[in-house]
Ligand binder design. Structure first.
Ligand SMILES: Cc1ncc(COP(=O)(O)O)c(C=O)c1O
Length: 457
């Protein structure tokens, strides 16, 4: 309701501004200050905006409908839809082919003001609907200036390449356009999520446990810290951090900044994130971690979580989990594995040893959108124990998560999440997994390593 009101208020504001603009353009005194600041950055646009609006007062919305909806249902509409989609496929196929041309540029770089000028003919959004031909041209134009992530000279250890099965899966996902918050909204994808999460937990070495797909590794790390905090003090959910003792997080100086960010978001505070030195290969020095934990205890504060990064962002180092785990077990500290990047080595016989003992951890972040080459975004947080995600996040909104539905509402995974609506990130991973990765098959592993460049770590 509040949002709706804000929407109405915003629209009123826009309408008032537009009226002012119309009045001033009628009297030939366009007042730039009358235009909401965030609309356009260039003053030339400002003038165009004012003039366009004055022309389009009797705008016909049925134009819009004709192009995007009803036409496909009318006589011959299906054929037109098929030909439109095949035109898009051709554009994509040509792009994918040209992307792999080693003689082409990885990026046709231009400064923002230049690019704005070069795309001037199509960047503008206004109330005039463009026809499908124009939109096809817009698609081509857009791809022209993108970074070619499947180019042989595009080298990024975190995410790279275009997997065709993943691409097709993204199309199907968009066609289904379902929201992952409840089983009734996404029955098939909910089951796929359950199946794949279970399979991935199996690779971590957990028979049971919990997990959820999240929008990226940073958010997955936030989930882990949130869960750790809930286990140590469930009251915080109700009472907030005010009465809490200082909670301390340990992470190597080479770890990803999202650990610090999570501490900021959760009210733990940056000064309570202890940066543990790393050795010259980028691995956490466990004796330094030990010292830091001792100091926390001496100060009467609470060691909350150790983050062991498996696959650090810059050096690709793997913190020694086998040495860190006993320390965490001794002091009852939550052990989180940030395997956002390196988690995927679980798929290879050759490198799996880098993640030895990760089953001793309490949680793990793992991004299939990194080393596995699944299209962005695809990231999951795993927990060894079931029930914590629900306990900390569940609020039971009764318009969405009713308990008297005609199916097992444990399949309504949405209330375990910190978001409401959730994108379907599972289908592309599921389809890709079915198409290629087979642990233990040397030929598959070789291809996986070649395609993901695991061979370099
Ligand atoms: C080790 C590590 N953790 C977490 C992240 C954050 O992942 P995302 O960009 O998906 O939020 C990254 C990204 O670079 C990373 O390298």
């Amino acid at each position: 309701m509040e949002q709706y009101q804000r929407y109405v208020t915003d629209n009123k504001f826009m309408a008032e501004k537009e009226n002012q603009i119309l009045q001033s353009s009628k009297t030939n005194q366009t007042d730039a200050s009358a235009i909401p600041k965030n609309n356009f950055t260039q003053s030339s646009r400002t003038t165009e905006f004012a003039l366009d609006r004055s022309k389009s007062m009797s705008f016909d919305w049925s134009e819009f409908e004709r192009v995007f909806a009803t036409e496909f249902n009318s006589k011959g509409g299906f054929e037109r839809l098929v030909s439109f989609l095949s035109e898009v496929s051709k554009i994509i196929a040509k792009y994918l082919k040209s992307e792999r041309d080693i003689n082409s540029k990885v990026l046709d770089f231009h400064h923002p003001h230049q690019l704005r000028e070069m795309m001037d003919h199509c960047l503008y959004v206004d109330e005039n609907p463009r026809d499908l031909e124009q939109l096809l041209s817009d698609c081509k134009e857009t791809l022209k200036y993108c970074v070619k992530t499947a180019h042989p000279r595009f080298w990024n250890q975190l995410s790279t390449g275009i997997d065709i099965i993943g691409l097709v899966a993204e199309w199907v996902t968009a066609a289904a356009n379902t929201n992952m918050f409840t089983y009734e909204m996404a029955p098939v994808f909910t089951l796929m999520e359950e199946t794949v999460l279970e399979r991935m937990r199996g690779l971590i070495g957990w028979r049971d446990g919990d997990g959820i797909f999240a929008p990226g590794g940073a958010i997955s790390n936030l989930y882990a810290m949130l869960a750790a905090r809930h286990v140590i003090n469930p009251n915080i959910k109700q009472a907030g951090m005010m009465g809490s003792k200082k909670l301390v997080v340990y992470t190597s100086e080479q770890s990803h900044f999202s650990i610090k960010k999570a501490a900021v978001i959760l009210g733990i505070g940056l000064e309570n994130v202890i940066s543990i030195p790393a050795d010259n290969r980028g691995k956490m020095v466990v004796s330094e971690l030990e010292k830091a934990v001792k100091q926390t205890l001496q100060q009467g504060n609470i060691p909350l979580m150790v983050n062991a990064t498996c696959g650090t962002t810059v050096l690709g180092a793997f913190d020694p989990v086998s040495e860190i785990a006993p320390l965490c077990e001794q002091h009852d500290i939550w052990l989180h594995i940030d395997g956002a990047w390196g988690g995927s080595v679980l798929f290879t016989e050759k490198y799996r040893h880098l993640l030895k003992d990760i089953h001793r951890a309490d949680s793990m972040t793992w991004n299939p959108h990194k080393m596995m080459g699944v299209q962005l975004q695809c990231s999951a947080i795993f927990l060894k124990k079931k029930g914590i995600l629900s306990a900390v996040n569940q609020l039971g909104a009764d318009y969405l998560f009713q308990k008297d539905k005609l199916y097992d509402t444990n399949y309504d995974t949405g209330d375990k999440a910190i978001q409401c609506g959730r994108h379907n990130d599972i289908f592309k991973l599921w389809l890709m997994w079915r198409s290629k990765i087979f642990v233990g098959n040397p030929e598959e592993e070789r291809r996986f390593q070649a395609s993901t460049r695991t061979g370099q770590c």
